[in-house]
Design a binder for this molecule. Structure first.
Ligand code: PHE
Ligand code: CO
Length: 296
């Protein structure tokens, strides 16, 4: 019998009402995956891998291979954890779904990455409103093998614990950074722009749109700019921020953010689709198809 993920409440956040699950860490109930679950994994895995060769950063696909991830079967966290233990020292833990923010930060700060154990239903292949196993495992886990990115994720967790103690506004600034890097980041490589954000690589439509559409802006990463920029949770992004390297990310975020939070508290936020004079513009989007309201 398939156990049901235990939802404890709905919490009003800057992303609207989101389900919050029990903070319990469980054993991945691998034996409860049905043939349909494995098929869903296989379908999504094949579809995305085909799209992502040449679109995602090379290390994304390479690292999936180092993990031994394949379309054949939903990976066992215990197998992936053996690879992580020998490399960057991260550990995957199975959870029911979204965690309260502070709990999530504490896990990251200790190099534990929470992965939703259940996978979406066949009718949700193209979209679901909360992270599932495919998003977390296929999207986030590969870059945990990259030593620099692995350190960035840990530093982010520690930064989250700190920001939570400062002010809700500080946390909102930090959430934008996560959104525009870990979830929706692009990276500039000798072969052109590539995807590294988990929210993009786990979406068929956005994998193409983020790189190839004329509508969105593509702008060089700037820490303060990103932390002031609102974002979309219900449509593709209006703006993608481009890093030059993971080193750039970790260097830019190394300083103490306390004075930055104080400065940003008095600064207006930028609408998701704005282009500023100070931006390094890779592409100025046409804005076609954008909804005028709904930036969070
Ligand atoms: N340097 C940040 C701080 O002092 C912590 C941080 C690191 C935040 C990396 C995000 C990413 O709060
Ligand atoms: Co995610």
């Amino acid at each position: 019998m398939q156990t049901v993920a235990e939802r404890v409440e709905h919490q009003l956040t800057d992303k609207g009402y989101v389900p919050v699950y029990t903070t319990r860490v469980i054993e991945q109930p691998w034996d409860t995956y049905t043939a349909t679950d494995h098929e869903t994994w296989a379908t999504l895995f094949k579809r995305q891998r085909e799209l992502l060769v040449g679109r995602a950063a090379n290390e994304f696909v390479e690292n999936q291979e180092r993990f031994g991830m394949s379309a054949d079967v939903i990976p066992k966290f215990s197998d992936l954890n053996r690879v992580l233990a020998e490399t960057t020292g991260w550990e995957l833990i199975a959870v029911e779904g979204l965690l309260p923010e502070l709990t999530f930060f504490e896990h990251l700060a200790n190099r534990r990455f929470p992965v939703t154990w259940w996978i979406r239903k066949p009718e949700q292949l193209d979209y679901l409103s909360e992270p599932d196993l495919f998003h977390d495992l296929f999207g986030h886990v590969p870059l945990l093998l990259n030593p620099v990115f692995a350190d960035y994720m840990q530093a982010y967790g520690a930064g989250g614990v700190k920001a939570a103690a400062i002010a809700p506004e500080a946390l909102a600034n930090l959430t934008r950074l996560y959104w525009y890097t870990v979830e929706f980041g692009l990276i500039n490589t000798p072969e052109g722009l590539r995807i590294y954000g988990a929210g993009i690589v786990s979406s068929k439509g956005e994998s193409i749109y983020s790189l190839e559409a004329d509508a969105p802006n593509r702008i060089g990463f700037d820490l303060e700019r990103v932390m002031r920029t609102r974002y979309r949770i219900d449509t593709y992004q209006k703006t993608y921020f481009v890093i030059d390297s993971y080193e750039q990310l970790i260097e830019a975020t190394r300083p103490d953010f306390t004075p930055l939070y104080a400065r940003l508290a008095d600064a207006a936020s930028h609408p998701a689709g704005n282009v500023l004079d100070s931006d390094t513009v890779y592409q100025r989007g046409t804005g076609e198809g954008w909804l005028s309201d709904g930036d969070v």
